[in-house]
Design a protein around this ligand. Structure first.
Ligand code: GTP
Ligand code: MG
Length: 202
């Protein structure tokens, strides 16, 4: 899919104030610093459409980006470790949960995990929660440039093994790198296909 336009629309902390459009949307979620905002910039070929930082806790609101005038990418604050206070973390958690529970335009979540890390409790629990709330999701392994060609498949294998303790099958997943653009076409093609299926269903 070619990205001909990508525009920032609105930031807020209240799901009821998100855009009223009924366009399909895809949300990026995961621990702080995992690379959610960087991935949005990589996919859209825009260097600083979404704000990124080496310091965890950069994204603090629900951010809607309108792509090709017909679907949204949504950047969210990270859960888990972030250099924010406990009370701020609670506020994040509240509106992130409300977003996933209430946003009917959400077609699929993408749960981002750093390919170098072992499965983290907070990610596993969040995926469990999505499952319980019937929110479809895929996993996106980020920062794949940081692992060698040999090491990457070993890590994915380990992750899959852990997931199969809780899930009947490994969810759909993507290998990505915002530095090398690995996974860009695959991810955009996947979104384009889902958008097409939704059109057919109307
Ligand atoms: P919060 O908004 O704080 O939740 O973080 P985030 O998940 O949006 O992460 P962000 O995109 O801001 O990236 C965090 C750091 O990781 C930045 O220093 C990025 O440059 C770096 N980073 C992100 N993606 C990649 C990647 O694919 N490869 C490498 N090497 N670094 C990356
Ligand atoms: Mg961010």
């Amino acid at each position: 899919m070619k990205i001909s336009s990508a525009e920032f629309i609105i930031s807020n902390s209240d799901v009821s104030k998100c855009p009223k459009d009924v366009l399909p949307e895809y949300a990026f979620i995961g621990r702080s610093n995992v690379g959610k905002s960087s991935l949005i910039n990589m996919l859209t070929d825009r260097k600083s459409l979404a704000k990124t930082s080496g310091r965890p806790g950069k994204t603090q609101l629900i951010n809607h980006f309108l792509i090709n005038k017909n679907w949204f990418l949504v950047d969210l604050p990270g859960y888990g470790y972030a250099r924010v206070s406990k009370s701020t973390k609670k506020v994040f958690q509240k509106f992130i949960t409300a977003y996933f529970a209430k946003r009917t335009q959400l077609v699929s979540a993408f749960v981002l995990v750093d390919c170098r890390h072992e499965p983290q409790k907070i990610d596993l629990e969040f995926m469990q929660w999505l499952g319980e709330h019937q929110v479809p999701f895929s996993i996106i392994f980020t920062k794949c440039d940081k692992l060698s060609k040999n090491k990457l498949p070993v890590q994915i294998e380990l992750y899959t093994k852990e997931m199969l303790k809780y899930w009947e099958e490994m969810p759909n997943y993507f290998l990505t790198s915002s530095s090398s653009s690995l996974g860009k076409e695959e991810l955009l093609t996947y979104i384009a296909e889902v958008n097409e299926q939704l059109k057919d269903r109307k």
